[in-house]
Design a protein around this ligand. Structure first.
Ligand code: DGL
Length: 270
């Protein structure tokens, strides 16, 4: 049994970390496509091609269930994959739905009509491709009415994190928060709509100031996966070991991953 977790690079490790704490007995196969990161500046077709290739690699590693721990892939490729690409007996899930369920205070499978929710003004921070897809607004509209969403495409943040340049990443986050606040001065909630951003959560929270509830995906996705596997234990797949695969340079990716998660992570070539 093993569950696959995919991201364009290192951001999905925030999800992997939460999943491994929530489901310590489930082997996880992580695939970071570092050589092609960032995805957030690519076209939807290109993101689809890269995401299907990476998902295939995770199926080959014995995973029947793959989590796209990447909002950009979830926004730009998942629906198209679900419409005809996913082979029988396999499942691919994204990271948007658990987040939007939390924001709209819904439980899984609650398909009742959209309704008013407490949160009225949401600041969405995401990659340019995620913002352009409007996937977040689409998913939100299925569940809630009267929520004003202002998005900020956070160019450069993923590259800085992948390069391990946290000083640049912090400066960019502060300037993106300022830009968002010029458009929406008083958001009730902020969504960190990229799995790299929890690594910068403190900087986001500080720049946003008090009174803004920050929604970050890792724990929400872990909880939702635990719930899913309870209902569908047969999706655990045939893999038996935890593996970290990268399309990039394993030594460099391992160094950055170890620095982020503050525990030894050893990647191998995919
Ligand atoms: N972690 C990915 C996401 O959640 C980063 C995307 C990128 O590679 O630009 O969107």
């Amino acid at each position: 049994m093993a569950v696959g977790i995919f991201d364009s690079g290192l951001g999905g490790l925030t999800v992997l970390d939460a999943v491994s704490k929530r489901l310590p007995d489930v082997p996880l196969v992580y695939y970071g496509d570092s050589v092609n990161s960032p995805y957030g500046v690519r076209t939807a077709d290109n993101i689809y091609d890269l995401t299907t290739a990476a998902t295939e690699r995770l199926f080959d590693a014995g995973c029947d269930l793959v989590i796209l721990a990447c909002n950009t892939a979830s926004a730009a490729a998942l629906r198209r994959m679900q419409e005809g690409w996913i082979p029988e007996g396999k499942r691919v899930l994204g990271v948007f739905v658990p987040l939007i369920e939390a924001l709209t205070e819904r439980r899984w499978g609650d398909n009742s009509p959209p309704r008013e929710v407490d949160i009225k003004h949401v600041a969405l921070f995401a990659t340019p491709a995620t913002v352009a897809s409007r996937a977040f607004q689409r998913e939100l509209a299925f569940r809630a009415v009267g929520v004003d969403v202002e998005s900020q495409a956070c160019g450069g943040v993923v590259d800085a994190i992948e390069d391990g340049d946290m000083i640049l990443a912090e400066a960019l986050v502060r300037s993106h928060v300022d830009a968002l606040k010029r458009k929406m001065p008083n958001p009730d909630a902020a969504v960190l709509g990229c799995t790299h951003y929890p690594l910068m959560e403190e900087t986001f929270a500080k720049a946003l100031g008090e009174g803004v509830q920050v929604f970050s995906q890792a724990n929400l996705v872990a909880e939702s996966l635990a719930d899913y596997l309870e209902r569908r234990p047969e999706m655990l797949g045939s893999g038996t070991e935890t593996l970290f695969l990268t399309s990039g340079d394993p030594a460099q990716v391992s160094d950055h991953a170890t620095q982020f998660l503050r525990r030894k992570i050893e990647f191998q070539a995919a």
